[in-house]
Design a protein around this ligand. Structure first.
Ligand SMILES: [Zn+2]
Length: 222
């Protein structure tokens, strides 16, 4: 049991009320502010944010400063590659700058972090291009909001022969893929997309209907 869990049960803190807001309001303002800031991070709910904030304010000052410095340094040193849009410390990024990578293949992804997923698979040795989102009329995202013009300009300056769309398999990912295929068709470049398959190592009973129907459409000969 942590110190905080102990203190929550202690009557002197008056924290036995089940409403988390009541617990928060009894905390000093800087802790409330830190909790609010942490809870805006992805995957951090209000309870986790509160626990982290309370841990930090009780931690050694040097360790907290080192964490704050690491956050600032990472944020200041990392930017988007001006060619492909990957997260990088230098321009252009190591992926764009690596002569061993196949410049005739460009894999188009939605987010910079998608590159890490594909790199982890070890199945692709070409270049990347990050769109920075997907076309979504409902969220007010149009083609002009994405890095599509930057992709087109790469077609003029790099020996690209095939563009592989590795976008999400939701409606917006599909719409973005179709839009790109249509827009890039006159450029004489081959446009393909990742096959929609079944998850490896599991039976058909674990696949949803959409995945199954797409796997059937994209069947390959043996
Ligand atoms: Zn790059």
């Amino acid at each position: 049991m942590t110190r905080w869990e102990n203190s929550r049960r202690s009557p002197e803190h008056g924290t036995q009320h089940p409403d988390p807001h009541t617990c928060l309001s009894s905390l000093p303002e800087p802790i409330i502010a830190l909790t609010a800031a942490l809870s805006r991070l992805p995957g951090i709910g209000p309870r986790s944010a509160e626990r982290l904030a309370l841990h930090l304010v009780q931690n050694e000052a040097g360790a907290v400063r080192a964490l704050a410095d690491a956050i600032l340094a990472a944020r200041e040193r990392i930017s988007l590659c001006r060619v492909c849009g990957a997260l990088t410390e230098r321009q252009p990024c190591a992926l764009c700058d690596d002569p061993r990578r196949d410049a005739s293949l460009v894999c188009v992804v939605e987010r910079p972090t998608d590159i890490f997923s594909i790199e982890k698979s070890g199945a692709f040795h070409g270049r990347f291009h990050v769109l920075g989102g997907k076309i979504s009329p409902l969220n007010g995202v149009g083609p002009e909001d994405l890095r599509i013009a930057a992709l087109e300009s790469r077609l003029g300056s790099e020996p690209v022969q095939e563009i592989i769309l590795a976008l999400g398999t939701d409606v917006e990912g599909d719409a973005t893929g179709h839009y790109l295929a249509k827009r890039l068709a006159p450029r004489g470049v081959k446009v393909s997309r990742l096959a929609h398959g079944l998850p490896a190592g599991s039976g058909l009973e674990f696949a949803d209907e959409l995945t199954l129907s797409r796997a059937m459409e994209g069947r390959t000969g043996l």
